[in-house]
Design a protein. Structure first.
Length: 132
């Protein structure tokens, strides 16, 4: 078994695609519109299945906002340099909610950014990764 994708419901599909492609550097892998059932799907990622997990954005016609609830935590993305990744996000108009620095009680460098719908994305610094 392995993870194929994570799905997020979004209130504005084009705004979310722009964030994940222009701010976080993902690629739009494929998109499908289902007017009969009133939803559109967009799959994004740094590569596609089966080599990489993907992010599925679901837009339900007419729904502009969702309640985050208390169960959702975050999506984690490995980056080569969390400090530089935060600067790149800010330069591209993104929202850094926790600047890069060591995790509380540890030495791993992390940071958090937020997408336009309020979903949290954690950057985890791993030197073997490619920068944003």
């Amino acid at each position: 078994m392995r993870i194929l994708h994570t799905m997020l419901r979004v209130g504005n599909l084009q705004r979310s695609i722009a964030f994940y492609t222009e701010v976080l550097g993902m690629k739009l892998l494929r998109q499908s519109d289902n007017p009969e059932y009133k939803y559109t799907l967009a799959f994004l990622g740094y590569g596609s299945n089966p080599d990489h997990a993907e992010l599925e954005l679901t837009y339900n016609y007419g729904v502009e906002q969702y309640d985050m609830g208390t169960a959702y935590g975050h999506i984690a993305i490995a980056v080569a340099d969390a400090y530089a990744a935060c600067e790149a996000v800010k330069a591209r108009g993104g929202n850094v909610t926790r600047e890069a620095g060591p995790v509380k009680g540890g030495s791993t460098v992390i940071a958090f950014v937020q997408d336009p719908d309020g979903y949290k994305i954690e950057f985890i610094q791993r030197m073997s990764e490619v920068s944003l």
